[in-house]
Design a protein around this ligand. Structure first.
Ligand SMILES: Nc1ncnc2c1ncn2[C@@H]1O[C@H](COP(=O)(O)OP(=O)(O)O)[C@@H](O)[C@H]1O
Ligand SMILES: [Mg+2]
Length: 423
């Protein structure tokens, strides 16, 4: 079968790479893709960058299945449009995508469903927000309701910072219209983990746990980014925690969404905090994480195409899902200036050498310019490797990433170190 992947970052390169290895898949298309995707798939530029554009690419390529990478098109209703046109697609409907598109929707949903999450209040009024603060201690967490590309959450250390943040949210200075409404919530402590389930709307299968590294500098210092690296290791959650998360978060969410008339089909990502009170949900995403996907799919040991095809048809099959036990690590190489103003056009060298060391190098922000591969975005590459132990996986990933060079390259040197501390 032919599979079309929508998107053009590291996550989509990883999806295309794993789909290409699937026995059930003959051709992979990525729209719009990137130079990395082009080595395993056919990249197709959409005629227009709207849902109509994606539809026309799906028709043109004759794709039997479309897999949606990023949240934007999901929240905009790309799945509804595909289904209305009789095209098979894996991803949640616009209604179901509200779990990510609106943090207020998501928090209220968790409240209705009895899913463990931080105590919260939502508001769109600055006066009310100030009053609400009286009921919280510090630090307190302020979150923009809408999509904000990872920039919508501020941990405020004191009241003054909280008030400034609220003002920035409501005036649009911080994240534009996404901050017109906010969630104010209790600050939780513990280790974070990403847990992703694969659902057909009724049942949900667990993927392996993973962990992202959000800040630009090591030891969680500096501003947040889209993610500077991730690792996947089955021990991130113990057996009891895994059972708890499957029962109290994943299955509960899927059952409640179905009961409320908006069945969730797609990848359901729970950002978790392992608190002293047990695992609690920080947020839902309605798609795979980036760069968690790169680490996860590196460990995947099954026909992803067949798995997603069955899930899209409404019958997820546990026997089609398998992972290798070996942990994996994805180290992101970021461009000069990231996560601030990014410089582009720096020539990239050494990918072949990194691959000769056994790594898979996923492209995120690259482009071809006069026959040379150059940087074109904040996160440039995701160097991904596995190892018999997490320690080995980390060493393998860094040995490979040290082969790659471009001017201004930024690398966090502690990807996976949290895992080593964990057990
Ligand atoms: N209630 C909370 N307590 C402590 N830290 C939090 C809380 N909510 C979010 N965070 C921190 O902020 C990060 C981003 O928050 P999240 O809700 O995942 O939003 P987004 O990914 O949309 O930016 C989390 O990964 C976590 O580190
Ligand atoms: Mg998050």
């Amino acid at each position: 079968m032919k599979v079309l992947v929508l998107g053009g970052g590291g996550r989509e390169h990883a999806l295309a790479w794993r789909l290409k290895k699937s026995d059930s898949v003959s051709d992979v298309y990525v729209c719009p893709g990137n130079p990395g995707c082009a080595s395993v798939a056919t990249c197709v530029k959409p005629p227009i960058t709207t849902i109509e554009g994606f539809l026309s690419v799906a028709r043109e390529t004759g794709a039997d299945l479309t897999v949606v990478g990023p949240e934007g098109p999901l929240v905009d209703g790309v799945v509804d449009a595909f289904e209305a046109n009789g095209l098979l697609v894996f991803g949640p409907s616009r209604a179901a995508a509200q779990l990510e598109g609106s943090k207020i929707f998501s928090k209220r949903f968790m409240e209705r469903a009895g899913i463990p999450t931080a105590r919260f209040v939502s508001t769109d009024d600055v006066g009310e927000a100030r009053k609400v603060l009286d009921g919280f201690s510090y630090p307190v967490v302020v979150k923009a309701d809408g999509l904000a590309a990872g920039k919508g959450v501020v941990i405020c250390q004191d009241r003054a910072e909280a008030e400034t943040t609220l003002e920035g949210m409501f005036t649009g200075a911080l994240v534009g219209p996404a901050g017109a409404k906010v969630v104010i919530e209790e600050f939780l402590t513990g280790a974070e983990a990403s847990f992703i389930g694969l659902s057909d709307g009724e049942r949900v299968l667990p993927l392996e746990p993973s962990q992202d590294h959000k800040t630009i500098y090591a030891n969680d210092q500096g501003p947040n980014t889209g993610g500077m690296g991730a690792y996947s290791d089955s021990r991130i959650l113990g057996a009891a925690q895994r059972d708890f998360v499957m029962r109290e978060v994943m299955e509960r969410t899927i059952a409640q969404m179905k009961a409320e008339g908006m069945p969730f089909k797609g990848f359901l990502y729970a950002g978790l905090m392992m608190t002293a009170r047990g695992p609690m949900v920080l947020e839902f995403n309605v798609r795979l994480g980036d760069p968690e996907t790169q680490a996860l799919l590196h460990r995947m040991d099954c026909d992803l195409g067949a798995l997603l095809m069955e899930a899209a048809r409404g019958r997820v099959k546990p026997e089609l899902l398998a992972f290798r036990e070996e942990p994996s690590v994805c180290v992101v190489l970021a461009a000069h200036g990231y996560p601030g103003k990014v410089r582009t056009g720096d020539a990239i060298e050494g990918i072949g050498e990194a691959e000769a060391r056994g790594a898979t190098v996923f492209h995120a922000g690259t482009k071809m310019e006069r026959g040379r591969l150059v940087t074109s975005g904040g996160r440039v590459l995701g160097v991904t490797h596995s190892g018999e132990t997490l320690q080995e996986a980390i060493a393998n990933a860094y040995r490979a990433s040290d082969e790659i060079r471009f001017d201004g390259m930024q690398v966090r040197r502690d990807i996976g170190a949290k895992g080593l501390k964990r057990w």
